[in-house]
Design a protein around this ligand. Structure first.
Ligand code: CUA
Length: 160
């Protein structure tokens, strides 16, 4: 009888421990990715009226501008089925802040081989920063289905 009661406790503890340990490990994993690994969700950097894109900085002159030595801002406009500009070139070690908005429908903006991965939503400005420490050609893809030419919507970051 005593033995059965003891086994009962044991089973209870065997269930309680994981039910405490699992949420704790999830919280620890979130803290590690947020602070140690530095994985960030993209900012919603602001709102913009799609009709006003051509008259609103920095989208009135889309492209790359140097903010400080080694620090760049790449302003890009997404629309079916292209990014404007669709190619930028920066020196190795550059910190690039990508600022995007969409003229029409929801697009995606993913730079393959980097953590840069955002939705580009009409009416909204999306912003994400990345430092290119390795030279190469980085493919930009639209990874949000946006219509017939979706698969062809791409671009390139050249790092030299
Ligand atoms: Cu733009 Cu898919």
């Amino acid at each position: 009888m005593k033995h059965e009661k003891y086994m009962g406790y044991l089973f209870e503890v065997a269930w309680i421990l994981p039910s405490v340990a699992i949420p704790i490990s999830v919280i620890v994993a979130v803290l590690i990715t947020a602070f140690a690994v530095g994985i960030r969700v993209p900012d919603i950097a602001g709102r913009i009226e799609p009709k006003a894109i051509a008259a609103t900085e920095p989208f009135d002159e889309p492209g790359l501008r140097e903010l400080a030595p080694g620090k760049y801002e790449a302003a890009m406009v997404a629309q079916v089925f292209m990014f404007t500009p669709n190619e930028i070139e920066v020196p190795v070690g550059s910190e690039v802040t990508f600022v995007l908005t969409s003229r029409d429908v929801i697009h995606g903006f993913k730079i393959v081989g980097t953590p840069v991965n955002m939705m580009v939503v009409p009416g909204q400005i999306s912003k994400m920063r990345f430092t290119f420490t390795r030279p190469g050609e980085y493919l930009i893809v639209c990874h949000e289905y946006c219509g017939g030419g979706h698969h062809a919507m791409s671009g390139k970051v050249i790092v030299r």
